[in-house]
Design a protein around this ligand. Structure first.
Ligand code: BGC
Length: 348
């Protein structure tokens, strides 16, 4: 019988009030501490789960796939009742999750879908396609594409090919921008448009910076203007910004991002980055805690999407939270008034 059910039956049989839930162990596997958002995700979840009486085993894997697999194995060995996993490589967890399935351990994919396995039970994330759409729509508006006569130059920097989200972000933005690329209003001087050509392994700032250095050298060193860089997230936007600043660009192009990391929010305030997508990690963590509460009570967790996220084996029941865009005009309200950051953290 599933372990969490045994726990639940014990709780009911002994008629012990909810304090007994303290015995329920939740393993939380996060990809890396090198990006601010995952530190916040992990910390929020640990805090909320502990406040609800669970025992939490939170691990970060330094973007090392083998280490993440080992951490999940250990969580199972140490008696995890439920696993929450944000995968480094969505397709590399099949073997270890087969063990979880055998043990009857429910698995919640956190933010990133876990691919090619039937051992994932639920998925909680922000609407990834919508993230890309918001970035694309922002550029359409900022560049005035609807009424533009003539053309503008844009480059594209997408996310990591081993992260299922990266293609959704890319596709959401490209679906908005492609009509303008096809009509010639948006030119991509490098010619690099396909996802494979613009992806950034491990979402690395350094790789994004090195690629932007090359793009500048090959396409813009003669003074060709660059009007926009569609960046899928903040770590890639940071690399691109550093490259442009290093190359002495005086007028920065419109640069998109995602996560509202502190360094990038500071860049928005300084006029170096145009926008970011705000995905409040408190909302996602709270949603996952709610899913866990339902599972422990033997109820079906609430989902709001049962058609989109096919993981190669089945369509994983998903809860999509809503992303919003942040820029110089609304960052105070979104990020400071909501208590996400203090003014001091943003250097204000
Ligand atoms: C997340 C983004 C994040 C990126 C890099 C994606 O899976 O959804 O918020 O910027 O990974 O860590």
């Amino acid at each position: 019988m599933k372990k969490y059910l045994v726990v639940l039956l014990l709780v009911m049989a002994l008629a012990i009030p909810s304090a007994a839930l303290a015995q329920v162990r939740i393993g939380v596997a996060m990809p890396t501490q090198s990006l601010q958002r995952w530190n916040q995700d992990g910390a929020n979840m640990k805090m909320m789960l502990e406040a609800a009486g669970y025992v939490v085993d939170l691990q970060y894997a330094n973007n090392d796939v083998a280490l993440q697999v080992a951490q999940i194995e250990n969580m199972i060995l140490n008696g995890a009742d439920i696993l929450v996993i944000s995968a480094i490589d969505g397709s590399s967890l099949g073997t270890v999750l087969a063990i979880a399935k055998e043990e009857g351990i429910p698995v919640i994919a956190y933010d990133r879908l876990i691919m090619e396995t039937d051992a994932v039970s639920y998925y909680a994330t922000f609407d990834n396609y919508k993230v890309g759409q918001l970035q694309g729509e922002y550029l359409v508006q900022a560049l005035g594409l609807e009424t533009l006569e003539g053309s503008v130059n844009m480059e594209i920097v997408a996310g990591s090919p081993d992260d299922n989200n990266a293609r959704y972000f890319y596709q959401g933005a490209i679906d908005v921008l492609m009509p303008y690329i096809e009509s010639g209003k948006v030119r991509v001087p490098s010619g690099q448009i396909a996802f494979e050509a613009v992806a950034t392994l491990a979402w690395s700032s350094e790789r994004a910076q090195a690629r932007m250095d090359n793009l500048i050298a090959s396409n813009y060193s003669d003074g060709t203007p660059l009007h926009a860089v569609l960046c899928s997230n903040d770590s890639t936007a940071l690399g691109v910004t550093n490259s442009l600043v290093g190359a002495g660009f005086e007028k920065m192009p419109y640069i998109t991002g995602q996560d509202c990391d502190i360094a990038n929010t500071k860049n928005i305030i300084a006029g170096l980055q145009s926008m970011s997508i705000f995905k409040d990690t408190r909302t996602l963590a709270a949603r996952v805690v709610q899913m866990i509460e339902s599972i422990v009570k033997g109820e079906e967790p609430e989902v709001n999407d049962t058609t989109t996220y096919f993981n190669g084996v089945f369509v994983v029941p998903t809860y999509l939270c809503t992303p919003v865009f942040a820029d110089i005009n609304n960052y105070k309200e979104l990020l400071i008034d909501s208590g996400y950051y203090t003014p001091e953290q943003l250097g204000l």
